[in-house]
Design a protein around this ligand. Structure first.
Ligand code: 8YV
Length: 320
């Protein structure tokens, strides 16, 4: 029997390429000078796709009449229109769990960097200011006694909460519904959460439902001592409102791993001393990215061996 065809529109980690090459006929259309033509030529043979960030929408699906499964590299899959896939009977998988601890660790690191101004402090040493000017100014904010509000208490949100508990923070959350078996304080609105807390940790997925949820009103509710951390998706925050809030002192500081138009970060944000910016590195260790890659391969192999995926997304549940 011929090997199932897998579309790989963008280069992926070695662990993915090697894993897929063993089992499938790969269509690495990024190698073509005309990727659109390469996709059209491969289309009839393609039964699966390994996806890294690019849009999987109706236009994409229309090109691939025999597609059975979209294996997304990443836990977030706002790049994939999972409802359209579901309507066509196409399985969608993501890479949960294997990145939870890495992203939660990064989130706590970013929070401490932001509250204690650690990137500015490092620049102080490297720029010679320690020797030239003396001690780095005391930070106006401390982690001690903060009230942490988490938007999106999923697997990663809970791992962040567990770590934050160890730091002695009081934990609150907002999400679509109150969660059973969770001792943290639930708020049924985001503005209620922001009003109560001085630290807001965004772990929400991207997509229409969360687009610009954090805007001028929420930032005002967070207040002048407020710290905003975004480890989820840039689209959740209205970046212009955030720049204004940071410039005017509406909130104290922000730590951002994700942005609205990655990899582009507005110059106005880069110019602000009270913004700590990271280049979307939440899960970005070799260990964790390899584990994510293995799960992409595992989902495709499992699908074509057994008709079952390992980690289907909620819109395309496994049929029993
Ligand atoms: C990756 C992520 O940056 O898993 C996610 O949702 O945002 C990150 O782990 C992404 O998968 C693209 O490499």
């Amino acid at each position: 029997m011929s090997k199932p065809g897998i579309l790989v529109p963008r280069p992926m980690r070695d662990v993915v390429m090697r894993g897929l090459e063993k089992r499938f006929a790969l269509y690495k259309t990024f190698e073509s000078e005309d990727p659109d033509r390469a996709i059209a030529e491969a289309a009839d043979h393609v039964r699966g796709a390994a996806i890294l960030g690019q849009k999987v929408d109706v236009a994409f699906l229309d090109k691939l009449p025999n597609l059975e499964i979209v294996a997304n590299f990443g836990v977030g899959y706002d790049n994939v229109d999972a409802h359209d896939c579901s309507a066509r009977g196409i399985m969608v998988t993501n890479t949960p769990d294997v990145l939870t601890d890495e992203v939660a660790d990064t989130a706590l690191g970013l929070l401490i960097m932001t509250v204690r101004e650690l990137s500015a402090a490092e620049r102080w040493v490297r720029g010679g200011s320690w020797a030239a000017k003396g001690a780095f100014p005391l930070t106006k904010t401390t982690l001690i006694g903060r009230k942490l509000g988490i938007l999106g208490l999923g697997r990663i949100g809970k791992a962040i909460a567990r770590r934050a508990e160890a730091f002695g923070l009081e934990i609150h959350y907002h999400g679509r519904s109150r969660q059973a078996g969770v001792a943290y304080t639930y708020h049924d609105t985001l503005s209620g959460l922001a009003q109560t807390c001085d630290t807001l940790m965004l772990v929400a997925p991207g997509g229409e439902q969360t687009h610009h949820m954090v805007d001028a009103t929420i930032l005002k509710a967070l207040g002048p001592d407020g710290i905003l951390i975004n480890i989820g998706r840039g689209s959740v925050v209205n970046e212009l409102d955030l720049i204004e809030a940071l410039s005017s002192g509406t909130i104290h500081a922000a730590g951002l791993d994700v942005f609205e138009h990655e990899p582009n970060v507005p110059q106005a944000l880069l110019d602000l001393e009270n913004a700590v910016v990271l280049p979307h590195v939440g899960s970005a260790s070799v260990h964790t990215r390899d584990a994510m890659g293995q799960l992409v391969v595992g989902n495709l192999v499992s699908w074509f061996d057994t008709g079952r995926a390992i980690t289907p997304v909620s819109e395309t549940p496994q049929k029993e």
